[in-house]
Design a protein around this ligand. Structure first.
Ligand code: NDP
Ligand code: 2IT
Length: 452
């Protein structure tokens, strides 16, 4: 991201200066904090008690940051060393909650931006979950199952002491899916001699996992877009959708788009994107990505009318709805320009912070309905909280019941963000609305619990 961040309102500039000087080499963290501070300036103006109690000064500093060595031996017998992270940002609303990301780009800045955003996202779900995030610079691509298992076991050999159903409850994120969660959970059980279902979410449905958790983030992002469109009497029916990514979030965003009568025409990975004007063949995409763990270029070998565009993102394809579902800063001002020129009506972020600040501003100025990740992808963590409830009560809810609960939660997330935007004089600004609504809940809880 090469854009410069605009000047903040005077009331929050001092905090941001401190964040910049204290975290000088953390551009993603600074970007995430900048956006929240910009949004909550009017909340602080109307709540002097938040300012007096130093709520913001405390929130930008994680409660605890853990970094650790992860040694493991690859299939060739060579020693490998990765770095592990868990940033426990805020436990004021509940145990730290947020995913683990395994990707070579992972560093402290990325884990902190994700953990910081998680505080407000989790607050917005209305459930009792705090904010945290973790991961490693380990790259699961091209590794054997045995290598992934040995890595996960070594990672958990340190992380286990920081977790627990009332302390910190991880889940998946980029590079951490069902396979990794199985190995991580297994090692935790071995070390602690506890089958503690509530210490991890996204587990297999046969051993404590919740129905719909796998689908929840992608489905939820579509529900959020559906709710934004509904305010204007519009729907998914007959619309063309661009999706980026081809992982967990993207696959279920595509599935739900179809169920609502739309046609998703793109999917991508870090090598490029495929454009299939007849609609993405979801079964084929799932086979390539979930079974073969292959590259997206393999798609066009079996769908000759589709095209693979190497080294590009899907945003050059004119569509009605865009669902960025890959990674941070994957959609910049140039991409926003092309989407707007192509007539895009709604953008809902399945990924965390996929749009750059300049792209967000362009969408909002052009009157495009824009749902920020903090709200639009909250269905994943909200369903994780449902998994925690089921584990605590030793219950299992059906798929249909769970999806109905997710649907209601996403409507509530939408309505909270919508109402907060109106309350603070920026109707339709879901960025301000999501940040303000999430922040208000966290700030009131911090005020009640004292200076800690
Ligand atoms: P997956 O690992 O299942 O899929 C990630 C997808 O994004 C892959 O197609 C991957 O391609 C692509 N991608 C990853 N990094 C990059 C990159 N640097 N450049 C281009 N493409 C990239 O992860 P998820 O689907 O779970 O996560 C996707 C996004 O959604 C992330 O931002 C995550 O934080 C967010 N999210 C996930 C939730 C969940 O429940 N899983 C909940 C809320 C948000 P490749 O294989 O080539 O790397
Ligand atoms: O970014 C996210 O919200 C997630 N990766 C899911 C977190 C969770 O604990 O379910």
């Amino acid at each position: 991201m090469t854009e410069t961040l605009h000047a903040l309102p005077a009331s929050v500039r001092g905090v941001f200066d401190t964040v910049q000087s204290r975290n000088p080499h953390e551009p993603e963290f600074q970007q995430a904090v900048h956006e929240v501070l910009d949004s909550i300036a009017p909340v602080l103006d109307s709540h002097p008690q938040f300012v007096e109690a130093g709520i913001v000064e405390r929130l930008v500093e994680p409660e605890r940051q853990i970094m650790f060595r992860v040694p493991w031996v690859d299939d060739a017998g060579s020693l490998q060393v990765n770095r592990g992270y868990r940033v426990q940002f805020s436990s004021v609303l509940g145990p730290y909650k947020g995913g683990l990301r395994f990707h070579p780009s992972v560093n402290l800045s990325i884990i902190k931006f994700l953990g910081f955003e998680q505080i407000f996202k989790n607050a917005l779900t209305g459930q009792g979950i705090g904010g945290g995030k973790g991961g490693s610079d380990f790259d699961p691509h091209g590794k054997s199952d045995a290598e992934v298992m040995r890595f996960c076991q070594s990672f958990m050999n340190e992380l286990y002491r920081h977790l627990g159903e009332h302390t910190d409850v991880p889940a998946g994120d980029i590079g951490v899916g069902g396979r990794e969660i199985g190995y991580l959970f297994g090692q935790y059980r071995k070390i602690t001699n506890r089958h503690e279902s509530g210490m991890f979410t996204g587990k297999g449905v046969q051993w404590g996992g919740a129905e719909v958790r796998t689908e929840a983030t992608g489905y939820g992002a579509v529900f959020f877009a559906q709710d934004m469109l509904a305010v204007h009497g519009e729907s998914f029916d007959g619309k063309r959708v661009a999706v980026s990514g081809s992982g967990n979030v993207a696959i279920y965003a595509i599935e739900k788009s179809y169920q609502l009568g739309a046609t998703p025409v793109t999917a991508s990975d870090s090598s490029g994107y495929v454009h299939d004007e007849n609609g993405i063949d979801l079964a084929l995409l799932r086979r390539i990505k979930e079974v073969e763990r292959g590259r997206i270029s393999a798609y066009v070998a079996e769908r000759p009318n589709a095209t693979f565009v190497e080294g590009a993102t899907p945003w050059e394809v004119p569509v009605d709805i865009a669902l960025p579902s890959a990674t941070q800063n994957e959609l910049d001002e140039h991409d926003a320009y092309r989407l707007i020129a192509g007539g895009v009506r709604a953008v809902a972020e399945g990924a965390n912070m996929p749009s750059t600040p300049g792209a967000v501003a362009m969408f909002q100025e052009a009157g495009v309905l824009f749902g920020p990740g903090k709200a639009a992808n909250a269905g994943g963590v909200a369903t994780s909280a449902l998994e925690m409830s089921q584990n605590a009560a030793r219950q299992r809810w059906s798929f249909d019941d769970s999806e109905a609960r997710l649907r209601t939660i996403m409507q509530n997330v939408h309505d909270s963000a919508f109402a907060a935007a109106e309350k603070y004089g920026r109707p339709g600004d879901y960025v301000l609305g999501a940040n303000a609504a999430g922040f208000e809940r966290v700030a009131h809880a911090m005020l009640a619990q004292g200076i800690i």
